[in-house]
Structure formats: C-alpha cells, structure tokens
Design a protein. Structure first.
Lengths: 304, 245
C-alpha cells in the first residue's frame, strides 16, 4: 500500500493535495462535483480585511499551456468569510483548511490574520505577498527581502496559527526572500504565485486584460516552479508547499523530489474540475510504478 | 454541472461565418438560458456557448456559434463522429413561469439561446413574440425555424430585412406589447434595454476562466453585490445589473 500521508505543522494530512488559493472559491461549491472530503486540505480564496470587488473585466486571457488572470482579490472580507463561507465549508469538509490573506498595508494583514486566528477550522494562514494584480501592497511585499521580513514578523507576532508565506516568482533570487521570511518566523513557504505576463488583442493591438498585465499560471509554468522549489529547498529548513502548473500525479513526485512537503493545484481545477480527485486516485499506482512506498520518504531526493 | 464526453452529430455552416453544432449523449436536462463550456484539443480554456436547442428524447444539444477567433475556427473544422469534452448545465436559465405575453429579443449571436427559450415557451402553450436584430440579413440564421414557433419580427441596421434600425427603436416604433422581456445580445443592446425597462431578464457574456464559479474571472457588479456571469448568471434581472459607464 502506498502511503500518501504527509506531515505539516505537526498535523498529518491524508494526502498532500491541496487546491490552491483563488482556484477553488471557498471550496463548498466543488462538493456538488465530488466528495471534497478526500482532499488533504483546502486553501481558501485570498481574503482581505474589507470586502473587495476586484478589477474590472476582462480579468482572464488564454495562453498556450495556461492563462493570465487579473482578478484583483475579489472577496467578501474576512468577517464574512469566517461567519458565512467557513461555516458552509465546514458542513461538507470536516478537515482543517488554510486561509489565504492579502492586503495593502501591514496593518491590514495583521488585523486579518488576527481574525483568522480565532477560527477553529483554520489549520494555518498563508500570506499572499506575491499577488501581481493589486495596485499597491501585494507583490510589493514579496519582491524585497526587507519588506517581506517586516511583514512576516508583524503577522507572526499576532498569529496563533502557523504562518505560510507565499512567494513571488517575479524576483531575481527567490531563495533570498525565503531565507528572510524563515528568519522572521514563518512556519513554511509556498511557491510559486503567478508570473507577470501580458497578452495583446490581435484586432486592436491593445492589452486584453483591463489591468494590462496579469498573472501567468497553468501547465506552462511547471518547470519554473519546480526549479524554484529546488532552489528554495537548498536555502531553508522550513517546509515548502510546491505549486505552479501541477496537472498530473507525476508532477507531484517531481515536486517532492525537488523538496516539497505538500503541493497545491491551481489552474488545472479551472480546466478540469475533477483534477484533484483524479490525481488522488491515480497517485498510489503512479507511486507503485516508481517503487515509492511513502511520499515522505522521497522528499528532497533530487538533492541527495 | 456535468463533464460529458459528447459525440458531435453535426457541424454545419448556416451562413458565411455561423455554424450549427449538434452533440449526442447529454445525460442531464438543460434549461433555456444555460450554457455549456466546450473543451477543444490544443486550447487551454474551454469555450462557452448558450444552449440553442436541447432534446431530452434524443439526448441532444445544439449550439450555434460564429467563427470569432482561433478556437471557434478550430471548432468549424470538427467533423460528425468526433468527440468533445463539454461541461454542461452551467449557470441559471431564464425564469418565464407565469409570463403571459413574453417578448424575446436576440441580437446577433444572442439569437442562439433565444431559440431554445422560444421553443420552451411555445411548448408551454404561449406563442411568444421574438424580435431579432442583425446588422444585415446576410448575418441572420434560423429564421424559418423561429417562424414556426413564434411571431417573428426582424430588425436590421442596414434595412436589408424588416425594420431598419436597432431592436430598441423597433420596440418603440412598433409599440411591441409585452409583460416581460428576455434578451441576449451585445452588451450595448442589453444596457439600453435595461435602461429602457428594468422588468426583463438579460443574458450576459464575459471572458471566463472556469465557467462554473471557481475563479471569479467573470464577476460583474449587481445591486445585490457580486454576480458571477457563469454561476449567478448568465441570466440576470435587467434592473439588477450595474453596467460599466
Ligand atoms: C455565457 C456565454 C454564452 C455564449 N454563447 C455564445 C453563442 O451561443 N454563440 C456564439 O457564437 N458565441 C457565444 N459566446 C461567445 C463565445 O464564447 C466566443 O465567441 C468564443 O469563446 C470565442 O472563442 P475563439 O477562440 O474563437 O476566440 P479568441 O478571441 O481566439 O478567444 C480567446 C479567448 O477569449 C475568450 N473570448 C473571446 N471572445 C469572447 C466572448 N465574446 N465571450 C466570452 N469569451 C470570449 C475565448 O473563450 C478564449 O478564452 C458566449 C459567451 C458566453 C460567456
Ligand atoms: C484565477 C486565479 C486566482 C488566484 N487567486 C489567488 C489568490 O487569491 N491568492 C493567492 O495567493 N494566489 C492566487 N492565485 C495563484 C494560485 O494560487 C497559484 O499560486 C498559481 O496559480 C500557480 O499555480 P497553478 O499553475 O497550479 O495555477 C490565483 C490563481 C488564479 C489562476
Ligand atoms: S468563469 Fe470562473 S467564476 Fe466565472
């Protein structure tokens, strides 16, 4: 029997498969499509202190092997997420979830994290310091080691939950930022968020997206994401949650070899709503094919 | 929503750039105003199309599409016998229960979902008035089919058939009577209709990531808050929608 379970923050997850923030809503709607209780955990849509509508349409542009998005953190605000969305999710998903927090100012992050700290169904809080689609804050925190460190410190100080810092690939050296947030008390890092990209309309010659640029994600980014997980594993001791373009069970093995302790699946949920279920079902036989009895045992194998 | 592997039964040209595609093997009933999201080999994202016809007896679904870009161009090359992975039963349909004198309005490709709506309303025992607007007669399609199930009025921008002018001018000039309207077409048409009369239902379009509510790629503003075109829509109450200026 293949063992899919992994350990994160002292807790055992049945499997390492977690839908990524922003590609799974607040989770419960997917329970109409399959029994979501099979998922290792669920990462919630990026949440801010106040409600946000996000950016004007169009927010989506197709790319070969992926897409650009410029959603701009549409969400109902942390209080409603806790009082309404988390309640609805709890009814169909008894396991713990990962909250994802965005913001403009350090104070916004701190306050939002404080409020999520009170929610019993939250396992950990992921700090999105890498969103390329908001005018201020967002990625600005994640592209400088100094501001990433300051924000992480401020948030760790008030959080009763483990803090995962979600890193931006739009930097020269991602391991520098990883080291900085590890030093500031982060319990884990997750990577990668989307890569800044652009598509132009052939008819008008102008950007398709209302914000001009957007975040590139999907199958096409997998090699870049994998390289960054590999590079970060060398630099930090805290666990790494790997993501970016994962679409098969084999991709997950590669992420573990590179050093991931768990994985998140994003864009592929939008293309095939059943992808997480399909991967959870196929992972044991793919592990068997490669003579792997437990995922924990192959973590970081690429570095040995 | 269901992910179905459907067999293409027919893919025929209706006029120079509009095609009718029929699929077999649909397992769940589809409502008028709902849409499907068609997976195409070699394209990352699915393509959304309104349900133009559905038959429970034949398990068949028809969409009518215009070749617009690379994806629809590829679709036009598909042959009967090919298969496509289609997400069916997406979004909420039109609510026509209790309506006595409906006016159905289709502009351009918005005509496609209006056909299935007209058919359903006609089957319920009310022959609806259908107003179709095209730039020119040569862009029109399905006119004979509409005549069988509705009182058909046509408006064209260039006057090549029916009333010369847009659908709103046609409603006002001809004083078309109705208790509630149902419309699908270009945003500017829907916006003007909503401004003219809030008591109607309009079917909107947006560029979509998923088509089933997961990505927030298609959210519009409504008086009641966010509305995802793919989930709360594509049909909205006209008075609820907040259009961009
Ligand atoms: C709910 C809904 C129902 C629709 N019903 C119909 C219909 O019945 N008949 C019909 O002809 N068309 C319909 N459309 C529009 C149709 O989806 C687009 O024409 C089609 O996606 C264009 O694909 P393409 O690859 O040829 O164009 P490209 O421009 O090459 O496509 C690139 C990307 O942009 C998206 N895109 C481009 N134009 C549109 C558009 N107008 N709306 C949404 N996405 C777009 C594509 O889906 C794709 O992701 C509908 C759209 C929506 C949202
Ligand atoms: C539509 C969409 C919305 C997203 N929203 C968020 C978000 O709110 N917060 C966040 O941290 N990341 C967000 N992301 C980034 C993803 O969580 C993920 O990091 C990225 O897409 C790479 O993984 P993938 O290639 O598997 O999609 C979003 C991505 C997409 C495609
Ligand atoms: S297209 Fe993804 S939410 Fe509507």
């Amino acid at each position: 029997m293949s063992n899919l379970s992994v350990k994160l923050f002292g807790k055992t997850l049945d499997n390492p498969i977690i839908p990524a923030s922003g590609t799974f809503g607040f989770g419960y709607e997917f329970n109409e499509y399959y029994d979501i209780s099979i998922l290792g955990s669920i990462c919630l849509k990026g949440t801010t202190l106040e409600e946000r509508y996000g950016n004007p349409l169009p927010r989506i542009a197709e790319c070969p092997a992926g897409m650009l998005n410029a959603i701009g953190l549409q969400n109902p605000g942390v209080d409603k997420v806790i009082s309404t969305e988390l309640k609805k999710l709890k009814k169909v998903y008894p396991k713990k979830v990962i909250a994802n927090v965005g913001g403009t100012l350090v104070e916004d992050y701190v306050e939002t994290v404080k409020r999520f700290s009170t929610a019993s169904s939250v396992l950990a809080i992921e700090l999105n310091i890498s969103c390329p689609n908001v005018k201020s804050g967002g990625m600005a925190f994640g592209t400088s080691a100094k501001s990433a460190e300051e924000l992480t410190k401020a948030v760790v100080a008030v959080s009763t939950k483990p803090i995962i810092v979600k890193l931006s690939p739009n930097v020269t050296d991602i391991s520098e930022i990883a080291k900085a947030v590890e030093g500031a008390g982060a319990s884990a890092v997750s990577l990668i968020n989307t890569l800044v990209g652009l598509r132009l309309d052939l008819k008008t010659g102008k950007p398709i997206l209302s914000m001009n640029t957007g975040g590139y994600s999907g199958k096409g980014v997998f090699p870049v994401a994998l390289r960054m997980v590999y590079q970060t594993y060398k630099a930090v001791k805290i666990p790494i949650i790997g993501m970016g373009g994962i679409s098969t069970a084999e991709d997950i093995l590669e992420m573990f070899y590179a050093g991931a302790s768990a994985v998140m699946i994003g864009t592929e949920n939008l293309i095939n709503p059943y992808i997480c279920k399909e991967i959870i079902e196929s992972l044991p036989s793919v592990m068997e094919q490669h003579g792997i009895s437990s995922l924990q045992s192959i973590k970081g194998k690429a570095h040995l | 929503m269901r992910l179905e592997n459907l067999k293409i039964a027919k893919n025929e040209c209706l006029n120079e750039s509009v095609f009718e595609m029929e699929f077999f093997g649909v397992t769940e009933p589809l409502e008028a105003g709902q849409f499907v999201n068609v997976g195409l080999n070699g394209f990352s994202l699915r393509r959304p199309f309104g349900v133009a016809d559905y038959s429970r007896a034949y398990k068949s679904l028809t969409i009518i599409y215009r070749v617009q870009g690379k994806g629809t161009e590829f679709m036009s090359t598909l042959k009967a016998g090919n298969y496509a992975e289609v997400l069916t039963g997406l979004g909420n349909g039109f609510n026509y229960s209790g309506v006595k004198k409906p006016l159905l309005i289709g502009g351009g490709m918005g005509t496609a979902p209006i056909y299935y709506l007209a058919k359903k309303i006609n089957e319920s025992g009310i022959k609806p008035t259908v107003l179709l607007g095209f730039r020119s007669l040569k862009e029109a399609f399905y006119l004979e089919q509409f005549k069988k199930i509705s009182n058909l009025v046509i408006a064209t921008d260039d006057g090549s058939a029916g009333f010369k002018g847009n659908v709103l001018e046609c409603i006002q000039t001809k004083n078309l009577a109705y208790d509630k309207y149902f419309a699908c077409g270009p945003e500017i048409m829907l916006k003007n209709l909503a401004k003219f009369d809030g008591n109607g239902e309009i079917s909107l379009e947006a560029r979509m990531g998923c088509g089933f509510g997961a990505c927030m790629g298609c959210s519009i503003k409504t008086k009641g808050g966010f509305g995802r075109v793919c989930k709360e829509g594509p049909v909205f109450k006209a008075e609820e929608v907040i259009f961009n200026e």
